[in-house]
Design a protein around this ligand. Structure first.
Ligand code: NAD
Length: 417
């Protein structure tokens, strides 16, 4: 089992990451002209080409990209999509380098693998514009998803991931209320969202539309808080307005809010905490504050936000964690619809359908078996990848038997035919 820790695996130790699932490739690239350094990890392609975003951040490491690629393997399998898992990283601050040149250089270096083994998308630090540059450099619109509408894309900027997160939380609360598992009145629950970028802001918007109360949000610059609930549409409108003068406006640029330091978010009394920023933000240092603030439920909108050690502490305190690869699959589900040429409406409908059913299914199993949702979700994902690996290896008899033994729904096939 891979432990999620924030400590780095040295380059020389990358082989230590190899296990029964992958990674199939770890590719380190360097472009001497621009000085761009990047990494691509293709974890497992048994179910299809490795799918995963390109993170553009100075702190990116091959180890982090590997963990994110592995998360994509489980996410695509759990969502029932014909994709494997992969992730890419460009090591640098997109605001401080020639980002067009760097994205092009990265695309040029990894071109032999795209799109047969790797299909890109946006992630922290990349936008639909970067996807346009990437697709043109590769010379194939199937090179990535999350492209601008003009290129047949369904941009992540429409909020597909945040939409999925809101559905995941809504479904979770309704189920937990039904089974009396959480001492929270959903409509009175206080919610904090860490990170107010693409995923965090749209999670806030869609939760607000569902009638939930978001009391705190933060980003890299500041935290804003109102115990009676923040006016999310107003905050989003003001940030959009600021874009006329500031390239990437932050919460600290807003006028008229009592701004607190960024990490105050861990201390605000809330029932539900939604990490929607970077990796490893819930760790041994931050978890005591979260527990003291009364958190009962963590819904992982970010990828790998919780270290294994922090998760153990939270479980011991009875805090429920709904795992990243179940919760934030909205983006990749929407990506699949883009990949097969579907529309924005189909993407949102499919996200709703898939996330509702998957969350229900995993949570019901979790309640029945008395096991944590991450364990149950991981087992379902692993079973699917294992079957696909058997099929890839040509072990048809073994795979057929495996399909027959498990919950493969043949009636669905006959309905279709
Ligand atoms: P983004 O770059 O649009 O936004 C990131 C936000 O986090 C920004 O508001 C930034 O200021 C803030 N931030 C950075 N460090 C922070 C810190 N220490 N504390 C508080 N805020 C901080 O990125 P995004 O696309 O919204 O991605 C956020 C997370 O969601 C990542 O973990 C990403 O892997 C995951 N995710 C993204 C997508 C997608 O479609 N974009 C899909 C699935 C998962």
């Amino acid at each position: 089992m891979v432990l999620i820790t924030s400590s780095k695996v040295e380059l020389a130790d990358l082989w230590s990451l190899a296990d029964e699932w992958g990674p199939e490739k770890i590719i380190l690239v360097y472009d001497p002209d621009t000085k761009m350094r990047g990494v691509l990890v293709i974890d497992n392609t048994a179910m299809g080409p490795g799918k995963g975003g390109i993170r553009f951040q100075p702190t990116v490491t091959p180890y982090e990209i590997f963990l994110l690629a592995r998360t994509m393997t489980w996410k695509c399998a759990l969502a029932g999509l014909p994709f494997g898992g992969a992730k890419a990283g460009i090591i640098g601050d997109p605001a401080k380098v020639d980002r067009v040149a760097w994205v092009r250089a990265f695309a040029k270096e990894i071109k032999p693998y795209v799109p047969l083994q790797y299909v890109a998308a946006t992630d922290m630090g990349t936008t639909e514009m970067d996807m346009a540059i990437f697709a043109h450099e590769i010379g194939d619109m199937k090179a990535c998803t999350g492209k601008p509408v003009e290129l047949g894309g369904i941009p992540h900027e429409l909020g597909t991931t945040g939409y999925g997160v809101s559905i995941a939380l809504d479904t979770t609360l309704k189920l937990m209320e039904k089974f009396n598992l959480l001492d929270i009145d959903p409509k009175e629950a206080k919610i904090a969202i860490q990170g107010f970028g693409n995923v965090g802001s749209y999670t806030a918007k869609f939760l607000d539309e569902l009638g939930y109360k978001i009391v705190a949000v933060n980003d890299v610059s500041a935290c804003i808080y109102d115990e009676n609930g923040l006016d999310i549409p107003k905050i989003m409108k003001e940030l959009r307005k600021l874009r006329r003068t500031i390239k990437i406006p932050e919460l600290s640029d807003l006028e008229g809010y009592g701004k607190e330091p960024r990490d105050k978010i861990y201390n605000i009394p809330v029932d539900i905490f939604i990490p929607a920023a970077g990796s490893f933000t819930i760790n041994e240092e931050t978890v005591p504050s979260l527990i003291s603030s009364g958190v009962k439920l963590i819904v992982e909108a970010a990828n790998i936000p919780t270290t294994s050690a922090a998760e153990k502490i939270l479980r011991d305190k009875g805090v429920w964690i709904i795992p990243d690869f179940l919760v934030n699959a909205g983006g990749v589900i929407g990506s699949h619809i883009e990949y097969i040429g579907g529309t924005e409406k189909q993407a949102f409908d499919y996200i709703r359908y898939k996330i509702t059913n998957n969350v229900r299914r995993i949570l019901m199993k979790s309640f029945e078996m008395g096991r944590w949702p991450r364990e149950v979700a991981l087992e379902v994902a692993k079973n699917r990848v294992r079957k696909a690996m058997l099929l890839r290896a040509g072990a048809i008899e073994v795979a057929t038997e495996a399909y027959a033994r498990e919950e493969y729904d043949y009636s669905f096939e006959s309905e279709e035919s």
